[in-house]
Design a protein around this ligand. Structure first.
Ligand SMILES: Cc1cc2nc3c(=O)[nH]c(=O)nc-3n(C[C@H](O)[C@H](O)[C@H](O)COP(=O)(O)O)c2cc1C
Length: 195
């Protein structure tokens, strides 16, 4: 079993991210390859990156950084539940990523994005570039929900279409394969700079 961390990336008052996540999480939990943990960046509540040393050195000076480091270190795979802010990703996820280095290396990451006409895809594309700087593997398969509020009912539940459920299963299948593939890489010797 691999540990899958689902990260809820938005933190603003009145955000919709948890509603979308609440649809996806049971599907992930039903997958027998993963033990799922949900991490909400609003609860993690990191300040703007305030460490004096480059994260590659792992010489953290703050408790909040060590707490965040332990969470991400334990993960074998990630799903980011990601909105699109001004054609990009929210600053909250970039900040959370920038805090760490070794903890992210060689891990796969999939996306459940949501937004207007572009369904959050511009956000994903911009974030992929950041993630590859950390040797992460962003997946091609993703769930992209356009005009996502259409699928939120009066009880604030996300009611997915057949296609969205299918896309979620495709994403989880791809994540399984990449998780299995990358796990041995992390066991092997790390690059000397990452020691
Ligand atoms: C600051 C901001 C910028 C936004 N920019 C975009 C955008 O570029 N593209 C888009 O599809 N939706 C955009 N939206 C609308 C979001 O898709 C929508 O508000 C969504 O609920 C945001 O996710 P959240 O509720 O989890 O924060 C933006 C929303 C905010 C708050």
């Amino acid at each position: 079993m691999y540990k899958l961390i689902v990260i809820i990336c938005s933190t603003r008052e009145g955000r919709k991210g948890p509603i979308v996540a609440d649809w996806f999480i049971p599907l992930a939990k039903a997958n027998k390859h993963f033990i799922v943990e949900v991490i909400d960046l609003k609860e993690v509540n990191l300040p703007f990156m305030d460490e004096p040393n480059h994260p590659r050195l792992k010489k953290y000076t703050k408790k909040h950084t060590w707490d965040w480091s332990r969470i991400i270190d334990e993960a074998d795979a990630f799903i980011m539940v990601l909105p699109e802010y001004n054609y990009g990703y929210p600053a909250t996820i970039k900040n959370a990523i920038d805090y760490l280095h070794q903890e992210w290396l060689y891990k796969p990451v999939g996306f459940v994005s949501y937004g207007g006409i572009a369904a959050g895809t511009r956000s994903i594309q911009a974030l992929k570039q950041v993630l590859t700087a950390l040797q992460m593997v962003p997946l091609m398969e993703s769930v992209n929900i356009p005009f996502f509020t259409k699928y939120i009912n009066a009880d604030n539940h996300f009611v997915a279409t057949e296609e969205q459920n299918h896309a979620a299963q495709n994403l989880l299948f791809s994540l399984e394969k990449w998780t299995e593939t990358l796990a041995p890489m992390r066991k092997a010797r790390l690059h000397p700079e990452h020691k």
